[in-house]
Every structure is written in structure tokens, then in C-alpha cells.
Design a protein around this ligand. Structure first.
Ligand SMILES: [Zn+2]
Ligand SMILES: [Zn+2]
Length: 207
């Protein structure tokens, strides 16, 4: 077991690694929000990325713990609207990578499970612990709706905020491989959807 786990798109052109120590300051969530579901529909792989009720399995860490070694030119990003999160994916095969804020001063990324490869016989739960936050369960498909525990949700949010503050204190805001620090912008310009495109996607999500 190395000191990092592999980050990779499904076709293997984009390769990187995540320091295992990132797990010391991580949180995990199962997010059912319409935007996360719309992103999976945008990439056309909602059937493999989302769980049976439309949930996205998200691991939240500091982006400073990520390094890309191959194919960084395949990284692309989009925003569902002007103000939304920046949603990153590998454009070679539409593998979702993760969501960041538009501002690198908030050192945070929510990685989607499809791009992470722990060691043989090891699960993401083993590395980062199980998801303790269930986000927007009201937008889950089917019944019964997934049930979160409000106490673990509150603890998760508190931990997430603490992790972001700690990451900032450690200087992680200037070690973010998704941003160009000479401009403060994402390394590649996000595609921003029009209102119509966004509405079309939301219709396809169909919650
Ligand atoms: Zn790929
Ligand atoms: Zn979401």
C-alpha cells in the first residue's frame, strides 16, 4: 500500500495521485441535489456515476493533496450557471473528477468516486471512512428517500468547514492544480451552460 491512491479517468489518459494523508482531513457525502445529477447527465454517464436513487458519492479533500502526472490537458470543466461550482471532468472519456469553488482561495474539492482507485481489496470507505452526510435526500428518486442522520450531517459540515480553514492556514490555497495562480482562474475556461441548456438537463434529471 503506497502513500497515495490513484486518480484516473476511465480511459486512462488522465492520471494522477491523491496523498493518503488527505484522509486525515476529509469528509464524505452522498449528494442527491439536482445540480450534481444534472452534471452526470451532462456527461452522459449518469447510469454509472449515480447510485440507483441519483446520488453522487463525493469525497471532500484539499486539492493541494492531488497531483496530476499524465494527460492534464484532458481536464475540462463546466458550470451549470454563472455562479455555480466549477465541475471538472476528463474530456477524453467524460469521467467526472470533482467540484471546486470558482475561487481557489477556498481550498476544497469534492471528488466523484469514479476517478479514485484505492489499492486492491480496499474500498473508498476503508481509505476515507464512510459517507456521513446525506445531502438533499428530498431529490432522490423513488421511495423510501435515503435517510441521513441530522447529527452526523451537522458534524460533517463542521468538520468540512474546519478542514477548509486548516487547509488555508497550511497555504493550500496556493497549491491547487486546478487553478492558474498567475490569473486566479481555472487552468481551462469552464463551459457555462445557458439557462435553456440547464433547464433541459434538469428535465432529464426528472426529480
Ligand atoms: Zn479519459
Ligand atoms: Zn450535489
Amino acid at each position: 500500500m503506497g502513500d497515495s491512491i490513484t486518480l484516473k479517468c476511465s480511459c486512462g489518459k488522465l492520471v494522477g495521485e491523491i496523498e493518503r494523508s488527505a484522509a486525515n482531513r476529509s469528509t464524505r457525502a452522498l449528494c442527491f441535489c439536482v445540480d450534481c445529477q444534472a452534471f452526470a447527465h451532462y456527461l452522459g454517464n449518469h447510469e454509472t456515476v449515480l447510485d440507483s436513487q441519483g446520488g453522487s458519492d463525493v469525497t471532500q479533500i484539499s486539492p493541494a493533496r492531488i497531483r496530476f502526472s499524465e494527460g492534464k490537458e484532458h481536464l475540462a470543466c463546466m458550470k451549470l450557471s454563472d455562479n455555480g461550482m466549477v465541475r471538472w471532468y476528463a474530456q477524453c472519456c467524460n469521467t467526472p473528477i470533482g467540484n471546486t469553488m470558482a475561487n481557489p482561495k477556498v481550498p476544497f474539492i469534492g471528488l466523484l468516486h469514479k476517478c479514485m482507485y484505492p489499492s486492491e481489496g480496499e474500498s473508498l470507505d476503508d481509505v476515507f471512512g464512510p459517507a456521513t452526510m446525506v445531502v438533499y435526500p428530498e431529490f432522490a428518486h423513488g421511495e423510501p428517500k435515503p435517510k441521513g442522520n441530522s447529527w452526523s450531517f451537522a458534524l460533517g459540515v463542521a468538520r468540512l468547514v474546519k478542514n477548509i480553514i486548516t487547509a488555508r492556514l497550511l497555504g493550500d490555497a496556493s497549491r491547487n492544480p486546478f487553478f492558474d495562480f498567475s490569473t486566479g482562474n481555472p487552468i481551462t475556461s469552464p463551459t457555462i451552460l445557458s439557462e435553456q441548456e440547464r433547464e433541459d438537463l434538469r428535465t432529464r434529471v426528472g426529480t
